[in-house]
Design a protein around this ligand. Structure first.
Ligand SMILES: *[C@@H]1O[C@H](CO)[C@@H](O)[C@H](O)[C@H]1NC(C)=O
Ligand SMILES: *[C@@H]1O[C@H](CO)[C@@H](O)[C@H](O)[C@H]1NC(C)=O
Ligand SMILES: *[C@@H]1O[C@H](CO)[C@@H](O)[C@H](O)[C@H]1NC(C)=O
Ligand SMILES: *[C@@H]1O[C@H](CO)[C@@H](O)[C@H](O)[C@H]1NC(C)=O
Ligand SMILES: *[C@@H]1O[C@H](CO)[C@@H](O)[C@H](O)[C@H]1NC(C)=O
Ligand SMILES: *[C@@H]1O[C@H](CO)[C@@H](O)[C@H](O)[C@H]1NC(C)=O
Length: 335
């Protein structure tokens, strides 16, 4: 008994050292988990393909502009993940310049440039609704898809991964933060509990043309923006509105009576998404560009509810005339 007690007392320093080591290791581990690029990295897909853990390739037709390309990429990434395939992105895709994505191209796995075109093609039934047929393709078999895949339902189960993938490259992210700080200074805006930044994306340009209207694509007028801004004004004392648009002149006229509005000009589309998604809340109009801003900001997001003209060709891109598969859950409709 006395001997055992003696050993115990002697062991106390040793025990303390042991505990310290364990705690340090745990802390280091936790710390590195929070650092992007160490524990959070997704598997190296090229390596997976080379070591035969992936059985074939998945291709999509990349079409449209940045917002569309992002929708197409996340669909491709997730379907490839689900079906054990290697996702093929065009060699010179602008997505590689904007996001820190693994360069999963045909050349990365030494495949010839016609490898996708030879594959059987699956076409989506609706551009803006979830088509469950696409996810029913057999696993481990190379496949090609054609569509726009503008539905969060395709990848919502993997949303955490998508948020990590769609991180802007450092220079873009840094520039956005710098710009936001400059804007806040210029507008003499201070962040506190009563004040919020609300970004607005005003889509005009292509959407405001006769061609788009005839096809059935609608874009809101000044009444919508006034209503949407009012929504936030009734909830917050102090608001800074940051506006991005492909028609800044129209936006300035439409919002002429509003105070505390800053107009973002001169940014690339990617830089504008990065900047506007730093806001606390967002007002989108129509189109995928504003959609991604709302998704990235993760605040309250208002959207224009009359996206399509009833009975138009564009209306046919929505299953049962419903916009639910396109609009992210929880966003607030306005008109
Ligand atoms: C992924 O694996 C490939 C082939 O094994 C290698 O060439 C490439 O450098 C790796 N990429 C990363 C980001 O680790
Ligand atoms: C597909 O491939 C994966 C990974 O190689 C394997 O685990 C799975 O069993 C395969 N599924 C079928 C249906 O062959
Ligand atoms: C592609 O070619 C390079 C260089 O010839 C080689 O190192 C690599 O292992 C090849 N990869 C595949 C998937 O065949
Ligand atoms: C805006 O459009 C709505 C219908 O969508 C209409 O009721 C309203 O009068 C329009 N406002 C202006 C200022 O044109
Ligand atoms: C609002 O956004 C600003 C700028 O990004 C940020 O500093 C602030 O913490 C945000 N406020 C809230 C309540 O999230
Ligand atoms: C779409 O409408 C049809 C006919 O009204 C109905 O049978 C079907 O269940 C609806 N589909 C969905 C996904 O709501």
């Amino acid at each position: 008994m006395r001997i055992r007690k003696c050993i115990r007392i002697k062991n106390v320093p040793l025990l303390a050292v042991g505990l310290f080591v364990i705690l340090t290791i745990l802390k280091t581990f936790q710390h590195s988990r929070n650092q992007p690029g160490i524990y959070e990295r997704e598997p190296n897909l090229t390596y997976m393909y080379e070591s035969k853990k992936l059985d074939g390739i998945a291709c999509v037709k990349f079409q449209g502009r940045l917002g569309n390309l992002m929708m197409e990429y996340v669909f491709l990434y997730v379907i490839a993940k689900m079906k054990h395939l290697y996702p093929i992105v065009p060699e010179n895709s602008e997505l590689f310049q904007i996001f820190d994505l693994e360069k999963t191209t045909l050349s990365a796995i030494n495949k010839s440039t016609d490898s996708c075109s030879k594959l059987p093609e699956y076409k989506e039934s609706w551009g803006l609704s979830y088509d469950e047929k696409l996810l029913a393709v057999p696993p481990n078999k190379s496949v090609r898809f054609n569509g726009y895949f503008q539905s969060w339902k395709y990848w919502i189960k993997y949303e955490d991964i998508i948020r990590k993938l769609l991180r802007f490259k450092n220079p873009i992210q840094q520039k956005a933060h710098d710009q936001m700080r400059t804007i806040m200074n210029k507008m003499k805006f201070e962040v506190n509990k009563d004040s919020v930044i609300v970004s607005m994306h005003i889509r005009r340009g292509d959407y405001a043309t006769d061609g788009h209207y005839k096809y059935g694509k609608l874009t809101p007028n000044e009444t919508y923006y006034a209503n949407a801004m009012q929504y936030f004004k009734t909830r917050h004392k102090n608001i800074l509105f940051v506006v991005g648009s492909n028609d800044i002149d129209w936006s300035k006229k439409a919002l002429a009576k509003e105070k505390n509005v800053y107009y973002s000009t001169g940014n690339s589309p990617a830089e504008d998404i990065a900047l506007l998604s730093l806001a606390n809340h967002t007002i989108m109009s129509v189109g995928t560009f504003g959609w991604w801003i709302g998704w990235m900001a993760q605040g309250t997001s208002l959207f224009y509810k009359n996206i399509f003209r009833p009975q138009s060709d564009f209306a046919k891109e929505f299953l049962n005339n419903s916009i639910d598969d396109f609009i992210y859950p929880g966003w607030i409709p306005m008109e």
